[in-house]
Design a protein around this ligand. Sequence first.
Ligand code: LLP
Length: 463
Amino acid sequence: MSRSAHPAGPRHADVLPEGHYSAPPADLNALDEKVWARTVRREADGVVTVGGIEVTKLAEEFGTPAYILDETDFRARCRAWADAFGESADVFYAGKAFLSRAVVRWLHEEGLNLDVCSGGELNTALDAGMPADRIAYHGNNKSPEEIERAIRAGVGRIVLDSFQEIVRVAHIAGGLGVRQRVQIRVTVGVEAHTHEFIATAHEDQKFGIPLAGGQAAEAVRRVLTLDALELIGIHSHIGSQIFDTSGFEVAAHRVIGLLRQVRDEHGVELPEIDLGGGLGIAYTPADDPREPHHIAKALHEIVTRECEAAGLRTPRISVEPGRAIVGPTAFTLYEVGTIKPLEGLRTYVSVDGGMSDNIRTALYDAEYSVALVSRTSDAAPMLSRVVGKHCESGDIVVKDAFLPADVAPGDLLAVPATGAYCRSMASNYNHALRPPVVAVNDGAARVIVRRETEEDLLRLDVG
Ligand code: LLP
C-alpha cells in the first residue's frame, strides 16, 4: 500500500463548511465511539481493527469497497432493544434498513420480530427461518400475490394501509379460510423532524389512512364488519432519524384518541398500538441519539398516561427500529484512488465506490464522517470531499471532512454508520458491482452477502 506523501491541500480558511465540520477535529486519528461500531479500535501500530481483525486484512481478503458489519454490536443492540421494551412490548426490526439471511437468523436468536414490506423481504425472512407469526407485513400497495403469500405463510399481522387493501386482504383471507390478524396504519398529522415536529392539519403523503376527517375511524368500522379480519391494533410511523420523543407523544395521544373512539362506538378495546420506527443514530459526533431504555421508558410513560386519561387498559406496545439497530454496526471500507486539490476550495479524494453504495448523501443531503483507517498520520488537517467513481458530480460520499493532508492513493478510508439504508438502497449505476457485506464477530470474518460480479449483471441481460 502506497505511503507516498501528497502535497498539502488548499488553504481551507475561506471555505469552511457550516456545522459539524466548521473546524478540524482536535485529533484526526481519534475514533469517536459515538459513530463507530462497538468493537472498532485503533491499535498501537495505527491500523484500525474491528472484532480484533485489521481493516487492512479485511481489504486484502474481501476487497474494497465493502460493508463491514460488527455482528457483536448488532446482536448487542438487538438485546438492548428487547431488554428495554421487556415482556410487555414487541420489537420488530425493520428489514428495509438491511436484510439478509444471516441478519434474520441473528434476529431470531436474539428474540426480535421482523417487519417486512415486500415479497422479497418476506421471502428472505421465511427462507432464513423466521417464524411467520413473528413477521409484520407492511406496504402501501401490496399486490394481491404478495397478500396471498403472506397469508398462506401465516404472518402474524398485516398492516392495512388503504381502504382498497381492507377489501383485498379480507377477500383473500376469506378465500383461504383464514382469519387474518391486522392493524390499521393511520397518519396522525405529525411530521417529525430532527429535534422538532410540525403538526399538520392535512396529510400530504402516500402512507396510512388519515385520522383527520374521521377516515381512520371509518376504516376501523369497515374492518370490524369483516369476519376474515381480526383487528388487533392501530399503527403509526411518524418519520425517520428522530432524536426526541415529542413527535411520538403527539402520535400516541392521537392514536389513543382513536382507541377511545373505537371503545365508545363499538365496545371494543383494541389490544395493541404500534408506534413504528424512526429513532435516530449518530452519523457524525454532533448527533446525540437516545439509548433504547430511555426511549422505551418514555414511550411506556406516554402510552400509560394517555390510556389512564382515556380510561383504557394500556395496550401492548410495539416498535419498529431499523436504523437504530443496524445503522451504527457497519462501516464502509474504501480505497483511495485519486486526489485532486482545488486551490482555494477543497481537496477531492476519490474512492472506489460512491453513490452506488451510499445514495443517502446525494438523496437526503445526509452527513457522514470519515477516517483514515490503514494508518495514522501526523499531517495537518485538509478540508476534503470524499467522492465516488461515478459519472456524476453529485456522487459524494462525505460532503465535508477533514483528512490528513498526506492522504494518498492506496490508503484505506472508512465511513462509519453505514449499516442502514446503504446496502439496501445500493444500485448498479454505471454497472457498479454492489459491495459485499462482511460480518465480523470475535476474530472471525465471513461474507454474508457476496460482492456482485459482472456475470451477475450479464445474467439479467437477456437481449
Ligand atoms: N416502520 C415503518 C412502517 C417504516 O416505514 C420504517 C421506515 C421503519 C419502521 C423503520 O424506520 P427507521 O427506524 O429505520 O428509521 N431510506 C431512508 C429511510 C426511509 C425509512 C422508511 N421507513 C434513509 O435512508 O434515511
